[in-house]
Design a protein around this ligand. Structure first.
Ligand code: MN
Ligand code: MN
Length: 319
């Protein structure tokens, strides 16, 4: 680089200083979307967290530890960067403290990615961001099926009197016609509730819920079978809240619930969904300040890697 090409650093008056701090798996930073298959996209927004905030540092934490990842997925027998073209697209400029302008930015910045036929792998951020992702995905693909792994259903009417919060995105997504509840499924719900009828309310919205205890009762094979039957060949948005995982394995999150899944069980479940027709993915609610020895961020990096591996496998099988 010539000295005269050195630019000023980004100003934190327009771009939050927790944005764009490194690249996932030390992949290339991409700007030109043409011909790409996937893009890692950070959305470091945590204003809509109801308890511990801090997931604004999620994308950065996941990227930091993702230097541990290698490109070969030995179980799916695929090398992600041999099959696919992609890289790290950096972060969407969020507006800390302000959800509506953040939603606008998410839409404006995700749209060209989807229009270019590139599959986004989003690193959150709290779960409120998924509504804006779904708005953009639905505009491109029409109503999609949702596969939602979480310890919470996130279908509240409102939280603190507000319609947009990390506890409300999937009710809003159904109201706005972004997802087809009748082919969508929520898995892993558990913990104490304010509303004893929460699962009934999900059913009233048309959603199918498999709470964590049912996964244990039925077994993983049956759970996977029911997810596949539910979504069929539809286009699928996979939204993964890290609190699906037991806090013993993923403590770095804002609203933890005990009695969850191990990291191995989690990765296996994701891999077992490899035949679904995914059009977008996110992994959200990773909050590094509550993490221990980067175990949560490392798991989230592996989850994103499994997502990319599924895309790679699909491309490989098409050959
Ligand atoms: Mn959630
Ligand atoms: Mn949750």
């Amino acid at each position: 680089m010539n000295n005269k090409d050195i630019k000023q650093p980004a100003s934190a008056l327009s771009s939050p200083r927790f944005c764009n701090m490194g690249n996932f798996m030390r992949m290339e930073r991409i700007e030109n979307l043409e011909g790409l298959d996937f893009a890692i996209v950070g959305i470091p927004f945590d204003t809509a967290s109801s308890f511990r905030s801090g997931s604004r540092f999620g994308p950065n934490g996941i990227r930091n530890i993702s230097v541990m990842m290698k490109p070969n997925n030995a179980i799916l027998e695929v090398n992600i960067l041999e099959e696919l073209k992609g890289g790290d697209y950096g972060d969407i400029n969020v507006v800390p403290g302000y959800i509506k302008p953040t939603y606008e930015n998410i839409k404006n910045e995700l749209q060209p990615i989807l229009d270019a036929g590139v599959t986004p792998i989003v690193l959150g951020g709290d779960h409120s961001i998924t509504l804006a992702e779904l708005r953009t995905v639905a505009e491109k693909h029409g109503k999609v099926s949702l596969v939602h792994f979480d310890s919470h259903a996130d279908i509240n009417e409102e939280v603190f009197g507000e319609p947009y919060n990390h506890g409300t995105p999937f009710r809003r997504a159904i109201e706005e016609g972004l997802i087809d509840p009748h082919t969508s499924i929520q898995v892993g719900m558990r913990g104490s509730l304010y509303d004893a009828d929460e699962f009934k309310k999900a059913a009233e919205l048309g959603l199918k819920v498999i709470p964590a205890h049912k996964v244990r009762e039925m077994g993983f094979e049956e759970t996977i079978k029911q997810i596949k039957e539910r979504v069929g060949d539809n286009k699928v948005f996979f939204s993964f809240d890290i609190d699906f995982v037991d806090p013993a394995y993923a403590p770095g999150t804002g609203t933890p619930e005990v009695g969850g899944f191990t990291s191995y069980e989690t990765l296996k479940m994701i891999r077992d969904l490899k035949d679904l027709n995914f059009v977008a993915f996110d992994v959200v609610e990773v909050s590094p300040s509550y993490d221990s020895n980067e175990i949560t961020t490392l798991l989230a990096a592996n989850i994103a890697f499994e997502f990319i591996s599924i895309l790679a496998l699909r491309k490989k099988n098409k050959k």
